[in-house]
Design a protein. Structure first.
Length: 98
């Protein structure tokens, strides 16, 4: 069968396909972003926000706990440092005594 008798089907231009699918993706993507913001806004409306009195109280508690933790870590570091210095000075004396 000769090649000239085969009918060629009309195939769309690949550039046209790409541009139309890209356009559809942009529309879908923008809808997703808009939906995400709408959902976020509706969720934020459901949040029970603390009162100013609660904010002050929670801030005071947090600062107090952080201060106590800092003092505890400082004290433990001081004690550990003194123990380390004592060991460092004791070992040479112990070795010299042998």
């Amino acid at each position: 069968m000769p090649d000239d008798k085969i009918e060629k089907l009309d195939t769309p231009n690949p550039a046209d396909i790409k541009s139309s699918t890209t356009r559809k993706r942009r529309v879908k993507g923008s809808n997703r972003i808009a939906r995400w913001f709408r959902e976020m806004r509706s969720e934020l409306k459901k949040v029970v926000w603390p009162t100013p009195k609660q904010i002050v109280n929670n801030t005071f508690v947090a600062l107090t706990v952080m201060t106590c933790a800092a003092i505890l870590i400082w004290a433990l570091d001081l004690v550990a440092g003194e123990i380390f210095v004592a060991i460092i000075t004791y070992i040479p004396r112990l070795i010299q005594g042998w």
